[in-house]
Design a protein around this ligand. Structure first.
Ligand code: UDP
Length: 238
């Protein structure tokens, strides 16, 4: 049997990934599908840390957040990621994995605080670590948290799970002639203004020489193919 291309990865899941076809919130069947994909690679001995977004929860309250002070709205967004992290961790534990949630914001009775050394230890023990509350700072995104935590736990790659299976020359939903980039450099992604991650996250990955693979978590076996180093999604590299 061939061996995985990576032994420790940081998986970035947007909140929308948990939503399925619902308008907002957490779709149980969708979460279970994600857990199954994670389990498949965890059983191969790959260590998995996850940064979860909050867009799916925030959608339900965004009308109320309109006109709010940006920092306060961002704190709400970070708390939304905590809700997702608890739901995902619970689903992982039910699905036969052992998950630990660590939060960048201190809410200790609910989840553990982020402690880098402890997170690394959990990964070494084969536990899935879910990082909640992004970076813990307003004005940032969970994409940036993924780049930061990925580097901190010494992941070899950031796997950005999206609904589209990679980075395309144009929006493949609107333009049938759009083609997928198999590989691109960080500099090309900047120059062409490709939607890989936000600029802060992209710059951090480039500076830290931390590659990113954008892929679809909804393609059967997609995560495993990325882990095996197959041509799946788009690899963004130095
Ligand atoms: N957020 C933040 N700081 C962070 C990460 C997230 O303030 O370090 C807030 C921000 O308001 C963001 C929300 O949390 O909009 C949810 O994160 P994000 O939009 O990245 O989630 P996704 O779109 O991936 O679901």
């Amino acid at each position: 049997m061939s061996t995985p291309a990576y032994s420790r990865v940081l998986l970035k899941l947007s909140g929308e990934a948990l939503m399925g076809d619902d308008a907002f919130g957490i779709n149980r069947a969708t979460v279970e599908k994600i857990v199954a994909q994670v389990k498949e690679v965890a059983e191969m001995g790959v260590q998995i840390a996850i940064v979860i977004g909050g867009g799916n929860i925030f959608r339900g309250v965004s009308q109320g957040a309109a006109g709010m002070d940006r920092a306060n709205a961002d704190y709400m967004g970070m708390l939304a990621t905590v809700i997702n992290a608890i739901a995902l961790g619970d689903a992982m534990n039910r699905g036969g994995l052992i998950a630990r949630v660590q939060s960048a914001l201190s809410i200790e009775p609910v989840v553990e605080p982020y402690i880098r050394g402890k997170a690394i230890r959990y990964l070494e023990e084969g536990k899935v670590v879910i990082f909640a509350a992004g970076t813990g700072n307003p004005f940032f995104t969970t994409d940036t948290a993924a780049a930061l935590r990925g580097r901190e736990v010494e992941a070899q790659i950031v796997l950005k799970a999206t609904k589209v299976d990679g980075v395309y020359t144009a929006d493949p939903m609107k333009d049938k002639t759009a083609t997928r980039y198999h590989k691109i450099t960080f500099d090309e992604a900047f120059v062409k203004n490709l939607k890989v991650m936000d600029a802060t996250a992209l710059a951090l990955c480039r500076d830290q020489k931390l590659p990113i693979n954008v892929f679809s978590i909804f393609k059967e076996g997609g995560l495993k193919r990325v882990i095996m180093g197959e041509d799946e999604g788009t690899l963004v590299h130095n």
